[in-house]
Design a protein around this ligand. Structure first.
Ligand code: AMP
Ligand code: GLY
Length: 421
């Protein structure tokens, strides 16, 4: 069969790699893909915001299954659009994607179903929001309502920082803002919890711990994710039951009251305080770099899983995992998450010889006359599986040293909470 993947990051290369291991699949297209997917798939340079062009290509090539990686096309309704042409698509529809597309949609659902989350207020203009600050405790969290690629969240330590956040959001730093959210600061440890849904049932799909801050010791600006490890050190049976019963099931009930089923990956971003889960956010897709960290542990043929989800047959699948621990370090362009040089060559890639427990997933890379260039802020994802997290990290760092890319930097402390040195 033929499979198409929408997206161009590390997550999409990891998905492409897993699909490439499937005996069922003889052709993969990536829209638009990167220099990593180029080796195992055909990269198609189409504008993924142009749904009609995508649909025409998919129908012309008779692609049997489409996997949507990133949130934007999901929130914009790509699944609904393609399904109206009878194309099989793995991913949630537009209504369900509001779980990520609108923080206020999710907060209102939490209110209605008593889902544990930070206390919050919604404000339509900066005057009202500033008035509220007079009686606030700090730190306080201020968020833009719309999709902001994870960057529209401010943790403010005092009133001045909070006022700047409010002005920046309402001045359109993250796109047109009609609302902003002010939230109580939750002081705990974060965990990403993944589930896989077929519209009828869902199954767990692993846990991970991302490292969002740019510098070691969790310092500096927020990024898309500098590295991750899986499983999270926090997960246990009791916590898992609470997450499912207090958060995920009520959410699905809320969606079903809107006449909506959930199909695809659901990423539940949690703060864990004293073994109790609080919902921070939903994402309607796999995490990046969590996906790169989790998929190498999967033993199943991933195409069976995607097909089962599209055909409401997830019940028939037993998801099996390697018992090994997994760790991922992201190599970034110097300057990320702010300005960085583009089109810097990644030399030395041929010096990296991976063993069967090591993986290298490309993110912001492209091919240019047999050269591989770094084109994005997050460039490569090095992943290793091992009995011990520390051994996974050591083998990754050895590979990063062999690459010795002068255009980049990475965090050497990924997994510090599970690695005692
Ligand atoms: P989000 O884009 O909602 O995931 O937020 C980005 C990051 O901000 C999260 O991963 C958390 O580290 C932090 N964050 C968001 N909301 C809160 C909160 N209410 N309390 C503490 N930290 C938060
Ligand atoms: N790693 C965070 C995200 O994918 O949103």
């Amino acid at each position: 069969m033929k499979v198409g993947i929408i997206g161009s990051g590390g997550r999409e290369h990891a998905i492409c790699h897993s699909i490439n291991n499937s005996k069922k699949v003889n052709k993969i297209y990536c829209f638009p893909g990167n220099a990593g997917t180029f080796k195992i798939a055909e990269n198609i340079n189409l504008d993924i915001n142009n749904f009609k062009e995508l649909k025409d290509f998919i129908l012309e090539k008779e692609i049997n299954l489409i996997i949507v990686g990133p949130e934007k096309p999901l929130v914009d309704g790509l699944v609904d659009y393609l399904e109206s042409y009878k194309i099989k698509v793995f991913g949630p529809n537009k209504t369900a994607s509001q779980l990520e597309g609108s923080k206020i949609f999710t907060k209102k659902l939490c209110q209605k179903f008593n889902i544990p989350t930070a206390k919050f207020g919604i404000f339509q203009n900066s005057e009202e929001a500033r008035k509220f600050l007079k009686h606030s405790n700090y730190p306080i969290v201020i968020k833009a309502d719309n999709l902001a690629s994870g960057k529209g969240v401010y943790i403010c330590n005092d009133k001045t920082e909070a006022q700047i956040a409010i002005e920046e959001i309402f001045n359109g730093k993250f796109g047109k803002a009609e609302n902003l959210l002010i939230e109580e600061f939750l002081n705990g440890e974060e965990m990403s919890f993944f589930t896989l849904h077929d519209g009828k049932i869902f199954k767990n799909f692993g846990t991970a711990q991302d490292h969002k801050r740019v510098f070691e010791g969790d310092k500096g600006k927020n990024t898309g994710g500098m590295g991750a490890y899986s499983p999270s050190r926090l997960i246990n049976d009791e916590l898992e039951k609470k997450i499912i019963n207090k958060i995920i099931k009520p959410t699905l009930k809320g969606l079903s009251e809107l006449g909506c089923e959930y199909k695809g990956f659901l990423y539940t971003g949690l703060m864990i305080i004293d073994n109790n889960p609080y919902l921070i956010e939903y994402n309607v897709r796999m995490g990046d770099p969590e996906c790169q960290t989790i998929l190498p542990k999967l033993k199943n043929d991933i195409t069976d899983i995607f097909l089962a989800c599209c055909e409401k047959k997830l019940n028939n699948i037993k998801i099996e995992w390697s018992d090994k621990n997994s760790l991922c370090i992201v190599l970034c362009s110097k300057g990320y998450p702010e300005t960085f040089k583009k089109n810097v060559e990644l030399d030395n890639l041929n010096k990296i010889i991976l063993n069967q427990n090591e993986f290298l997933f490309h993110a912001g890379t492209s091919n240019n006359n047999n050269k591989i260039l770094a084109t994005g802020g997050r460039v490569l994802n090095f992943v290793a599986l091992s009995e011990k997290f520390i051994d996974a990290r050591t083998s990754i760092i050895n590979n990063l040293k062999k690459l010795n890319w002068r255009g980049g930097f990475y965090r050497k402390d990924i997994g510090f909470k599970v690695i005692q040195e």
